[in-house]
Design a protein around this ligand. Structure first.
Ligand SMILES: CC(C)(COP(=O)(O)OP(=O)(O)OC[C@H]1O[C@@H](n2cnc3c(N)ncnc32)[C@H](O)[C@@H]1OP(=O)(O)O)[C@@H](O)C(=O)NCCC(=O)NCCS
Length: 180
């Protein structure tokens, strides 16, 4: 699989309005109504796991953002996870490896965090298993998890060693929302 990692920078180093423009072009301007936006609500992205890709002319062509979210169990406890996405590449540069490069950078950063901290949080996203399966994402642990909006259950995917300890059932939402 080709992987374009020529120029990846921390997302926080990219101008926010340019990041928004990439997202608008990849998903369309009505993207804010998507279920993934409801899950993470007003959270700020996790800096250590969020990146931007620059092309050979230093133009911003792709982004990956990760968010602190939680799984609210039927018993009322909220268990922390990381929501991955959106992963976005501008239409005219799709299929050149930027998406794989951004995902791989996030996975590598997560592995470094896990090594430093002794553990890392499970990651969850809404996407195609055919694409995200290469990084270990699957719906094996998510069949009893729900989202606050429309989604296809088989596209709710998760990865991570800590998945074995996750509750089988719950509702995804912004971190801290259980206390609200
Ligand atoms: C999905 C997206 C991020 C992928 O980025 P990209 O830079 O186009 O992808 P890459 O060039 O890195 O992909 C490389 C591989 O993934 C495959 N691929 C891309 N999208 C795929 C999909 N939906 N399902 C299966 N495979 C897919 C390509 O065929 C290619 O395969 P190969 O490595 O075997 O040759 C990008 O196409 C995009 O922004 N799409 C619109 C927004 C979106 O749907 N984002 C994902 C949901 S969060």
């Amino acid at each position: 699989m080709s992987q374009n990692t020529a120029s990846l920078i921390p997302l926080s180093a990219a101008p926010p309005e340019m990041v928004e423009a990439v997202l608008d072009r990849a998903f369309g301007p009505d993207r804010h109504a998507r279920t993934a936006y409801r899950i993470r609500a007003d959270m700020a992205p996790l800096d250590a796991l969020s990146f931007a890709a620059l092309d050979e002319n230093d133009l911003l062509v792709g982004t990956i953002q990760c968010w602190p979210i939680g799984l609210l169990t039927p018993q009322g406890a909220q268990v922390p996870l990381v929501m991955v996405g959106p992963v976005a590449v501008v239409p005219e540069r799709q299929g050149e490896g930027f998406g794989v490069g951004l995902m791989s950078a996030m996975i590598d950063a997560d592995a470094r965090l896990a090594e430093a901290n002794g553990a890392s949080l499970p990651q969850v996203l809404i996407g195609d298993a055919e694409y995200y399966g290469r990084w270990g994402f699957s719906d094996a642990a998510t069949k009893g998890w729900r989202c606050p909006g429309p989604y296809e259950q088989h596209r709710l995917l998760a990865r991570g060693a800590a998945l074995v300890a996750m509750p089988a059932e719950g509702m995804l939402g912004p971190w801290g929302s259980a206390a609200a």
